[in-house]
Design a protein around this ligand. Structure first.
Ligand code: ADP
Ligand code: MG
Length: 587
C-alpha cells in the first residue's frame, strides 16, 4: 500500500512505482498527476530541481497514450543529450510493465539512421534534443502530426541556448490541439514568453517559491584570492575524502583545465563540456554514475538537469555569469531526500554576489574557512582509521599471515597502529606540512614569512606574454609581478620588457608559486602565459632541446608566439578552443 494509489494511476504504473521504491508522491507529482490524468489542458509547472518532475509528466503521459497504436503521440523536448538519455531511461523504468511501449531518444552525436530506424519501428514517445529533432524533421524521418502531448522540460535552460526558434519550428509540425506541458525550476521572463507563445490558457502549478532552491542543500562560501582558487578546490576535496561532487566552471576551457589538473594531481576527476564528442561525454557520465569519477568538472550547459543520486557536494569553482543559474547548480545535490552541500569559492570582489544569491535562493550562505593543511591531515587520518575499521578482511592473505605476524611480532598494538597509519598519512603530511593559509585575508601575512633572499645564481628566469605593447615598462611590470606573486621588491629582478613579451627572474624557491599563480591567470580577459625560460631549463640539464636559448620566443613564425596571436583573434570571434591549450608545462 502506498500513497500513489490515490492519484488515479493504473496498476501497471503502480507496480513499477513500487519496484522503484517511491513511497510518497512529491508535491509537484501530487498536484500535476491527477490534473493531467483528468483533463486535456496546457500546464506550466514550476518546482525546484530534484523534486521528481520527470515522473510528474511521465506517469500521466504513459497512462494516456495508446500503446496499441505505433504512432508517435508524446514528444518531450529536453535541452541536452545527457538529460534526454536520462529522461528516456526514467520513462523506460516507469513503463517496465507496459507491454508494447517504445520510448526512443533522439539526440545529436549518435547515428541518425539508427534513431530513424527505431522511430520507424513504432515509437509512441520521443524524447529529443531540439537540434537533432529539427534535423530529422527536415529529412522527413519523423512524423509529429499525431502528437497529443508535448513536454518542454527544463524550459528555463532552453532559452539560454537559443532554442526558441528550434522549438517554434518543431512545434509547427505538431497539431494545434495537442496539450503542452512546460516544466521548469525557475521562471525567468523568457520562459513566460514561451508559455505565452506556445500554450493556450495553461494551468499553473507552483511548488515552493518561484526560483527557490531546495531545502536539503546547505550553502557555504569560501573567500580566497583569485590565484588560490585551484589550491582551495584541492583542499576542499582533501577535506572530504568521500566527496562525490560536481565542480562547476564558467567556460569549457576552464572546465577542461581544472579537470586535467585534478587528474594530474591524482584525483578521480573527469570533464564534461560541449567540446567533447558524444562518446567521450557518455563515458564520463558512465564513470561518474559508477562513482569511478569523484569529481565531475562541468559547464552549466553540460551538467544541466543531470540526476545522479548521492552527489555529496556541488562546488562552484567560479560563480555563473547569470546568478539564477546557481539554483540549477546547487540542485545537482540534495536530491531524492538526501542532504547536500553547495560550496562557493569566491574572491573578495565577487563576494557581493553572495547577498544576491541569498535573496534568490532564500537561504543563508554560511561563510567558511578553507581548511588548513593540518585540518586536512587530521581528517584524512580519521578517514583512514575508519576505513581500516570497516575493511572487509580478505582471506586470501591467510596463508601469508604467519610470516607477516613474525615480522611484526615485536610491535605492540599501539606501535603497530602508529606505523600503519603513518605509512598512509605521510603522503598528505608531506604535502601539507608547510602549506599556507588560503583564506584571502590571511594569505599576504603568510607569504612574507616564507621569503627567500634573492641570489642571481639560484634564480629562475621566466617568460611572460605581456610587454611594451601592453603598456608595461620594466618598473610597472615589476610592480605587477610583485603584487600578483606577493613577493618583495628584491625578489623580482632582471625584468626585461620586449614588445610583446618579457622576462624576469625570481629565486628558485618561488618557481612553483610563479607557475601555479599564472596557471589560470587572466588579465582583462586575456590568458596570461608564464613559462620557465628555456635557457635556465637547459643549463640545469633538465630538458634537451635544440637551438639557442629563447629561440622559441623570438622567431615569430614559431609555434608559441604565433599561436598566441591566433588565439587572440579566435577569442574575439568564436568561443573556440583557446590557443596555448595543453602547452602548459607538465610538472
Ligand atoms: P527534477 O526533474 O524535478 O529535477 P527528477 O525527475 O530528475 O527531478 O527526479 C529526481 C530523483 O528523484 C530521481 O532519481 C527520481 O527517480 C526520484 N524520485 C522521483 N519521484 C520520487 C518519489 N515520489 N519518491 C522517491 N523518489 C522519487
Ligand atoms: Mg528534470
Amino acid at each position: 500500500m502506498n500513497t500513489f494509489d490515490a492519484l488515479g494511476l493504473s496498476d501497471v504504473l503502480l507496480q513499477s512505482i513500487n519496484d522503484m521504491g517511491f513511497e510518497t508522491p512529491s508535491e509537484v507529482q501530487a498536484k500535476a498527476i491527477p490534473l493531467l490524468l483528468d483533463q486535456e489542458t496546457d500546464l506550466v509547472a514550476l518546482a525546484q530541481t530534484g523534486t521528481g518532475k520527470t515522473a510528474a509528466f511521465g506517469f500521466p503521459m504513459l497512462q494516456k497514450i495508446d500503446v496499441d497504436s505505433r504512432i508517435t503521440q508524446g514528444l518531450i523536448l529536453s535541452p541536452t543529450r545527457e538529460l534526454c538519455l536520462q529522461i528516456t531511461q526514467e520513462l523506460k523504468n516507469y513503463a517496465k510493465y507496459i507491454k508494447g511501449l517504445n520510448v526512443v531518444a533522439i539526440y545529436g552525436g549518435a547515428s541518425i539512421n539508427d534513431q530513424a530506424k527505431n522511430v520507424k519501428r513504432g515509437a509512441q514517445i520521443l524524447v529529443a534534443t531540439p537540434g537533432r529533432m529539427q534535423d530529422m524533421l527536415r529529412r522527413g524521418m519523423i512524423n509529429l502530426s499525431q502528437v497529443e502531448y508535448c513536454v518542454l522540460d527544463e524550459a528555463d535552460e532552453m532559452r539560454n541556448m537559443g532554442f526558441y526558434e528550434d522549438i517554434t519550428s518543431i512545434l509547427a509540425n505538431t497539431p494545434n490541439d495537442k496539450s503542452t506541458w512546460l516544466f521548469s525550476a525557475t521562471m525567468p521572463k523568457e520562459v513566460a514568453v514561451i508559455a505565452r507563445e506556445f500554450m493556450y490558457q495553461p494551468q499553473e502549478i507552483t511548488v515552493g517559491h518561484k526560483n527557490a532552491g531546495t531545502k536539503n542543500v546547505s550553502h557555504e562560501y569560501y573567500q580566497v584570492s583569485g590565484r588560490d582558487r585551484y589550491p582551495a578546490l584541492k583542499r576542499l576535496a582533501d577535506a572530504h575524502p568521500d566527496i562525490f561532487s560536481v565542480v562547476f566552471c564558467r567556460t569549457k576551457r576552464d572546465t577542461q583545465r581544472v579537470a586535467e589538473k585534478l587528474i594530474e594531481d591524482g584525483y578521480n576527476a573527469g570533464a564534461l563540456h560541449g567540446d567533447l564528442s558524444q562518446n567521450q561525454r557518455d563515458m564520463v557520465m558512465k564513470a561518474f554514475r559508477n562513482k569511478q569519477i569523484q569529481m565531475l568538472v562541468a559547464t552549466d550547459v553540460a551538467a544541466r538537469g543531470i540526476d545522479v543520486d548521492n552527489v555529496t557536494h556541488v562546488i562552484n569553482y567560479q560563480l555563473p555569469d547569470e546568478i539564477e543559474t546557481y539554483t540549477h547548480r546547487s540542485g545537482r545535490t540534495g536530491r531524492a531526500g538526501n542532504k547536500g552541500v553547495s560550496m562557493i569559492i569566491v574572491t573578495q570582489s565577487e563576494s557581493r554576489k553572495i547577498k544576491t544569491i541569498e535573496k534568490i535562493i532564500q537561504a543563508k550562505i554560511t561563510p567558511k574557512k578553507i581548511p588548513t593543511g593540518m585540518d586536512i591531515c587530521a581528517t584524512q587520518l580519521f578517514h583512514l582509521a575508519n576505513k581500516i575499521h570497516q575493511t572487509e578482511v580478505n582471506n586470501d592473505i591467510d596463508a601469508y599471515l604467519p610470516k607477516v605476524n613474525e615480522v611484526l611480532a615485536d610491535l605492540s598494538k599501539e606501535e603497530l597502529i602508529q606505523r600503519m597509519v603513518s605509512v598512509e598519512f605521510a603522503r598528505f603530511h608531506n604535502y601539507y606540512k608547510n602549506a599556507k593559509d588560503l583564506n584571502s585575508n590571511a594569505s599576504s601575512a603568510e607569504s612574507s614569512s616564507g621569503k627567500t633572499k634573492p641570489n642571481k645564481k639560484d634564480s629562475t628566469r621566466f617568460f611572460i606574454n605581456i610587454g611594451a605593447r601592453d603598456d608595461y615598462n620594466w618598473m610597472t611590470l615589476k610592480d605587477f609581478l610583485k603584487a600578483t606573486l606577493e613577493l618583495d621588491q628584491e625578489e623580482v629582478f632582471h625584468v626585461d620588457v620586449m614588445d610583446g613579451f618579457s622576462f624576469f627572474n625570481t629565486p628558485n624557491a618561488h618557481r612553483e608559486k610563479v607557475i601555479s599563480t599564472f596557471d589560470f591567470f587572466e588579465l582583462d580577459g586575456r590568458p596570461i602565459n608564464v613559462e620557465i625560460s628555456e635557457k635556465r631549463e637547459k643549463s640545469k640539464g633538465g630538458k634537451k632541446k635544440k637551438g639557442r636559448p629563447h629561440r622559441k620566443f623570438d622567431q615569430s613564425d614559431n609555434g608559441f608566439f604565433n599561436d598566441k596571436k591566433k588565439g587572440k583573434k579566435r577569442k574575439a570571434g568564436k568561443g573556440d578552443k583557446p590557443s596555448g591549450f595543453g602547452r602548459r608545462k607538465r610538472r
